[in-house]
Design a protein around this ligand. Structure first.
Ligand code: WTA
Length: 646
């Protein structure tokens, strides 16, 4: 593995000395205001998590808090619970009339579901799933737009003990096929389409393509959303509304084992094949509940909006499970932030009087670029807390977010975590922690995170590791225990390796620098360089490809591909375009390379390894790093000369 490449801004980051104390007013009302929680939780981590677990409903209480046989963790062993029961039934009748979901479609249509209505819709769909033969332990693939039915389908799966596997609607049919096949889902839930920037995405058509030929899928349930024409294959395809019609709104929640698989979520790693991250029920539920409560400081009257798509982990833990476990009202929005105008998000905040708003640095930087006039057109005074997730946030964006969106008064919770960690791991507690722009501050109580050097010694600069198991941690990679061990538990045999570089300052604040491996963040979407390389070399004319993430002021990473073509093929701009389209076909438009650079050779070590670090240096216009191990230095010279953005 290569050493971390520090972003250009790191020196600025560590010079960041501004400190923002929580206001007295915020502190007085905060869900967590006692700084002693950190020490108490560190002294007895089990007790800390048990107290949280005790606030939720268990059909049978656990016998043992943790069984840990590295790298396999089992939390709340012997306990029986159900996360859908805890998200719904537990709030009834008290919150029966309280809105659970305030939904807005991109064209402007709206729907409100109270806790009672959500309970009933989930009940109906649970019964429909049973009728279609879905059993405890089955996997169900969800490929849907951001409509309430997506949350309903997830909760219905959880209710009957089936595992959902949500695939982001931006993935291509081929990518969807890979995820369906790997999870061996017998059933797919989708919609005719979904609205995005005024256009209807052909979701059902993509599903048809993904399950054509050999496929484990026996049934497809289709939500009518856009009304576009779709093919319905008799005996295989069913309309959602027809399936739920006549179903009882009641379906008893299945008491499942604490370690029952709740979901699979495919994410990109350092090879071409995405990993099916496995999350189970009890520990994940407790972790999402606790972190949402303390970090987002959720109160009975909050209107909470997380802008993430449910296709990503943030949508799982902090659109659906975390807030609903807390009985909160969530806003869910279907479409793009710039439809019909660049002020759509601010219009939504004003309309629904959103109090807690959680989004990504990429979005914040885009809003900065669009200018202050858009938020200034709206009354954002309902906001009291802001959150950030997915990438490091640069201090400039942090300050803009605080001043322009938060009117200089809202605390910002910068939350570090991963698909693998299940829930937030490093973040401020807004009633306690003094904030430093650009730092996710400190590990959540009960989380044992640290920064260590190559040898594993405590360090101020190095790799971020987690030293003890935590409730929401991944339980493995679906069907691949070897890969699980080698990716996360081999660099340091005792600790979980995050893949992130990190600094720790004199006050013990963590400054996460970003990935040190071949994982990219492009506009908040997680991608792997290898996955894109595989897609490129899949094209007949391509001999070899190396993909790197160039630092981008807005998107965090831009995808740059260095490509060599086969003998006799001419590297034309048309071929560049064809290759970009080919990547879109293999993965989805989210992976489209920004730049393709044709080269006659790639820089390699004498043992034949592509030197990505040099490619990154070239793409970012840096003085070249150590090239002494290069087999042929002339390759780099010619690449440097020819590098130009298209
Ligand atoms: C990055 C997203 C800095 C990090 C929840 C991590 C962050 C990867 C932050 C996981 C943050 C996430 N500050 N970097 N607050 N949050 N990251 O699986 O590199 O999509 O390893 O989960 O995002 O991305 P994933």
């Amino acid at each position: 593995m290569e050493k971390p490449t520090p972003p250009k801004t790191i020196e600025d980051l560590l010079r960041e000395e501004r400190l923002f104390q929580p206001s007295e007013e915020f502190q007085n009302k905060a869900n967590s205001a006692n700084p002693a929680v950190y020490e108490e939780a560190a002294k007895d981590r089990f007790k800390f998590w048990e107290e949280w677990a005790g606030q939720l409903h268990w059909f049978r209480k656990w016998d043992k808090t943790l069984e840990w046989e590295l790298p396999d963790a089992r939390w709340f062993v012997g306990g029986k619970t159900n996360i859908a029961y805890n998200c719904l039934d537990r709030h009834l009748p008290k919150r029966a009339q309280k809105p659970a979901i305030l939904w807005e479609g991109e064209p402007g249509d709206q729907k409100t579901l109270t806790y009672e209505q959500l309970f009933q819709e989930v009940g109906r769909f649970s019964n429909a799933l049973k009728k279609l033969g879905v059993c405890t332990g089955d996997r169900v693939t969800l490929y849907m737009p951001m409509v309430p039915e997506l949350a309903i389908a997830m909760l219905a799966c959880a209710r009957i003990g089936a595992a959902h596997s949500v695939v982001f609607g931006g993935f291509s049919p081929e990518a969807l096929r890979g995820r369906i096949d790997d999870s061996q889902s017998k059933i797919v839930i989708t919609a005719d389409g979904g609205w995005r920037r005024g256009a209807a995405i052909p979701l059902k058509q993509n599903v048809d393509e993904a399950i054509s030929g050999d496929s484990p899928v026996k049934s497809v349930v289709v939500v009518r959303r856009t009304g576009q024409a779709v093919l319905m294959k008799p005996g295989r395809d069913f309309w959602w509304h027809e399936q739920v019609a006549g179903q009882s709104p009641r379906c008893e929640a299945e008491p499942v084992d604490s370690e029952q698989m709740l979901y699979l979520l495919y994410t990109s790693g350092t090879t071409g094949k995405p990993k099916g991250i496995v999350h189970t029920t009890g520990g994940y539920m407790v972790g999402c509940y606790a972190t949402a409560r303390w970090i987002f400081d959720l109160k009975e009257d909050d209107i909470y909006w997380c802008t993430a798509d449910i296709g990503w982990v943030t949508g799982h833990s902090y659109v659906v499970y975390g807030p609903l476990l807390n009985g909160a009202t969530i806003v869910m929005y279907e479409g793009a932030p710039n439809h019909p105008e660049n002020d759509r998000f601010w219009a939504i905040i004003e309309k629904y009087k959103v109090t807690v708003f959680y989004t990504a640095p990429t979005a914040i930087r885009t809003f900065m670029k669009w200018g202050e006039s858009f938020p200034q057109k709206h009354n954002l005074s309902s906001l009291r807390l802001l959150g950030s997730v997915g990438e490091p946030i640069n201090p400039e964006a942090w300050i803009w977010y605080r001043q322009i969106i938060g009117a200089g008064k809202c605390p910002i919770v910068d939350t570090w975590w991963q698909t693998e960690t299940g829930h937030i791991m490093i973040a401020p507690l807004p009633g306690i922690t003094a904030l430093k722009p650009g730092s996710a501050t400190k590990p959540f109580p009960g989380i044992d995170a640290d920064v260590v050097d190559e040898q594993g010694n405590p360090a101020n600069s190095g790799y971020l590791v987690i030293k003890s198991p935590w409730p929401g941690m991944l339980r493995g990679i679906y069907g691949d225990p070897e890969r699980y061990r080698s990716v996360y538990w081999s660099k340091y045999p005792q600790w979980y390796f995050t893949g992130d570089g990190c600094k720790k300052d004199a006050d013990g604040y963590f400054w996460v620098l970003g990935r040190v491996d071949d994982v990219l963040k492009v506009s908040g979407h997680r991608l792997s360089t290898m996955e894109i390389e595989s897609a490129l070399v899949d094209y007949t004319d391509v001999a070899e490809a190396a993909v790197i993430g160039r630092q981008d002021p807005i998107k965090e990473n831009a995808v740059v591909a260095f490509v060599t073509v086969k003998n006799g093929v001419s590297a034309t701009p048309e071929l560049g375009k064809i290759l970009k389209d080919h990547v879109v076909k293999k993965i989805g438009s989210l992976a489209r390379p920004d730049t393709i650079l044709f080269t006659s050779e790639l820089p390699k070590t004498r043992s034949g390894k592509i030197m990505r670090r040099l490619l990154r240096d070239i793409a970012e216009g840096r003085v070249l790093g150590d090239a002494t191990t290069l087999a042929d230095p002339a390759v780099v010279e010619s690449l440097k000369k020819n590098y130009s953005e298209d």
